[in-house]
Design a protein around this ligand. Structure first.
Ligand code: HEM
Length: 379
């Protein structure tokens, strides 16, 4: 490994972009190779393993780990992405009995009202960033079973210390920023680099690592202002399997308000106005969202989620209603449970297996970062 001082010197010398690859974070101290036998198989509809993908996943996990260890040196580590919650709310995820027959797989083949917990969040890695700054916004749904309405089967992964759940993770933008795992590794390495020069050169390095389309998506996905997380539309960005075996298809998810209201961005200096808006809405009544799936047509890519699947060619179809009853969710106990929770696309029934390189990489990364959060929770 290169001497740290020499490396810092080279960064500061700024002798051209090529040298900066040596200034990117590599997470060497935390690098833990992934055994390909434990890596998700790329055997779903439209899937194909990318060159260097397994190692890129291990490297990204190490880079994020190193970044978080530096950032939260003596305090509990928080989520790397979406660390700022607007709240975790109790909800009911009701699968209707009118789901079109082609979509009746897994949860969507088992009508009934499942208890759920939904975490709404901002995307930015700064947990103190005010809500009035442009950002991406997240909605993570955790569907639980109970004795009356058990989950139909065992999920692929269960979080340590948790009951089995089916999670659906979404953001208020339809497309992701990168297709190739190696490009994503470069992007994360630059982004999480401690080098000031690398940070200063990010506007050049980002397009160099993820190209024009990826850069446009990255900017747009993090540029929204919203009035209320309950009055916002969300997408899964990346695809999931629906069904198993020869019948399996690839789908994306989206959730939207049952009755969208005109969006009026408040003129406020309250940095947490989105939490306040949710508190106000749920103090006075219930909220409702439609949960929908979009089945891809054969020319839509599973591996490259930089491009939206056309809603004209592949319309979203409702499979469930999310009802969020009147409640006071903003309590110390509920906020602590929200922080301690883990949402992971691999908390999924086999009929809803995550698809594509981004999702395959997420398996090891989310598990490792959640372990780090649990290990440091007491410090
Ligand atoms: C390889 C690509 C990705 C990486 C490395 C990544 C990384 C992470 C990490 C480390 C966390 C925190 C996990 C934890 O501490 O429990 C997280 C959370 C999250 N990610 Fe990703 N992510 C990726 C792709 C995506 C995509 C495609 C979406 C689109 C929906 C997404 C949406 C979210 C959301 C909404 C959360 C917060 C979940 C919650 O409320 O707990 N991520 N991500």
């Amino acid at each position: 490994m290169m001497n740290k001082r020499l490396k810092a010197g080279l960064c500061l010398a700024g002798a051209g972009v090529a040298l900066l690859s040596g200034c990117a974070e590599r997470g060497d101290a935390y690098y833990r190779p992934i055994d390909p036998a434990t890596y998700p198989a790329a055997n779903g509809p439209g899937e194909k393993l990318a060159p260097g993908e397994v190692d890129a996943a291990a490297r990204v996990a190490a880079i994020i780990y190193a970044h978080l260890e530096r950032k939260y040196a003596n305090v509990p580590v928080r989520r790397d992405a979406h660390p700022k919650p607007h709240g975790c709310v109790a909800a009911t995820f009701t699968v209707g009995d009118t789901v079109p027959s082609a979509l009746r797989h897994g949860l969507f083949a088992n009508p009934g009202a499942y208890p759920a917990i939904i975490r709404y969040s901002n995307s930015n890695e700064n947990p103190n960033r005010p809500d009035y700054e442009k950002d991406g916004r997240g909605m993570a749904v955790k569907v639980l079973g109970n004795s009356e309405q058990p989950l139909p089967g065992a999920p692929l992964v269960v979080a340590p210390g948790s009951a089995p759940t089916q999670d659906f993770i979404m953001i208020n933008f339809p497309t992701f920023l990168v297709a190739e795992p190696k490009d994503y590794e470069k992007l994360v390495g630059y982004n999480d680099s401690p080098s000031k020069l690398t940070q200063w050169l990010l506007p050049v390095l980002v397009p160099l690592s993820i190209g024009v389309k990826g850069t446009i998506n990255a900017v747009e996905a993090t540029s929204s202002l919203i009035d209320n997380p309950l009055n916002t539309r969300y997408w899964s960005m990346v695809p999931y399997q629906l069904g198993s075996g020869a019948e399996a298809v690839a789908v994306k998810y989206s959730a939207m308000p049952c009755e969208p209201q005109p969006v009026i961005i408040p003129k406020t200096k309250d940095p947490n106005y989105l939490r306040a808006a949710m508190v106000e809405t749920l103090k006075n009544g219930a909220a409702c969202m439609r949960f929908m799936v979009q089945v891809r047509t054969s020319d839509m890519s599973v591996e490259d989620s930089r491009y939206e699947w056309s809603e004209t060619e592949a319309p979203f179809q409702e499979v469930a209603r999310i009802n969020i009853p009147q409640q006071d969710f903003n309590t110390d106990a509920q906020n602590a449970a929200c922080e301690a929770s883990s949402y992971n696309p691999w908390h999924a029934l086999p009929d809803h297996k995550p698809l594509g390189a981004v999702n395959r990489m997420r398996q090891a990364i989310y598990e490792r970062i959640f372990d780090l959060r649990r290990e440091t929770a007491g410090r």
